[in-house]
Design a protein around this ligand. Structure first.
Ligand SMILES: [Zn+2]
Length: 138
């Protein structure tokens, strides 16, 4: 078993799924050890696979079904929960991360979602900022 790392792709990365080419949301870093037999020097360039939001859940699923661990290297979910105690953080089977909270005096809750802990943190911060601005206007 090996560990695949899921991380934030570069700004202009596109999905590596043949025929797709959508904006990539997650970059999978594939362990170098798997590629030693192909005779190519990967030491400078770790193999990666960028996936869009449509293809990421399937790719993640395939890796896990093949016995690989997929580790989110952008952050720790428990740590994130500690950082934002007002938010309820939960995950879906498809690999989505969610955070929901009741913002300000509003009775209505908001939910943000992402694929990676680092992305979810940004979504929460953006939502808190947005709500703070709304409150300031009212
Ligand atoms: Zn795609």
């Amino acid at each position: 078993m090996s560990t695949y790392e899921a991380t934030q792709p570069p700004e202009n990365a596109t999905c590596d799924t043949p025929g797709c080419g959508s904006v990539a949301k997650v970059r999978m870093i594939i362990p170098k050890s798997l590629f030693t037999a192909d005779g190519v020097d990967h030491s400078q360039d770790p193999p990666t696979f960028d996936a869009c939001e449509l293809h990421w859940p399937g790719i993640r699923d395939t890796c896990m079904r093949n016995g690989h661990a997929v580790v989110d290297v952008t952050g720790d979910l428990r740590e994130l929960m500690g950082e934002f105690p007002r938010w309820t953080v939960f995950t879906s089977d498809g690999g989505w991360l969610y955070a929901s909270a009741r913002v300000g005096k509003s009775k209505q809750g908001v939910t943000v979602h992402a694929y990676l802990v680092g992305q979810l943190r940004r979504e929460i911060l953006a939502m808190e900022l947005f709500c703070a601005q709304q409150t300031a206007i009212v």
